[in-house]
Design a protein around this ligand. Structure first.
Ligand code: FES
Length: 76
C-alpha cells in the first residue's frame, strides 16, 4: 500500500512518512531507536513504533539478506 510521504507518521514530533523513509534509506537504519536518534520520530508516546517497524522491515527486504529470505518464507 502506498503511503503519502507528506502524511504524518509521528504525531508527537510532527515527523512525516517521507522523512522517516529517507532517514531509513540514507542511513540503512535497522531499529526504531536508530530512526528516533536521527529524526526524533518515535521519541514520544511510541504509538508510531509499529509503523516505523513496518518501514524498517520493508527497507531491509529491499536491501536483501536475512529479511528478504524471511519475508519470502511468510509469503509462500
Ligand atoms: S506518535 Fe510517534 S512518539 Fe508519539
Amino acid at each position: 500500500m502506498a503511503v503519502d510521504p507528506k502524511s504524518l507518521l509521528c504525531n508527537c514530533h510532527g515527523v512525516m512518512h517521507g522523512t522517516v523513509q529517507r532517514v531509513i534509506d540514507k542511513h540503512e537504519c535497522k531499529t526504531v531507536a536508530d530512526v528516533t536518534r536521527l529524526c526524533r520520530a518515535g521519541a514520544g508516546c511510541r504509538s508510531c513504533h509499529v509503523e516505523i517497524d513496518e518501514l524498517l522491515t520493508l527497507a531491509a527486504a529491499k536491501r536483501g539478506g536475512f529479511w528478504r529470505r524471511l519475508l519470502r518464507r511468510f509469503r509462500s
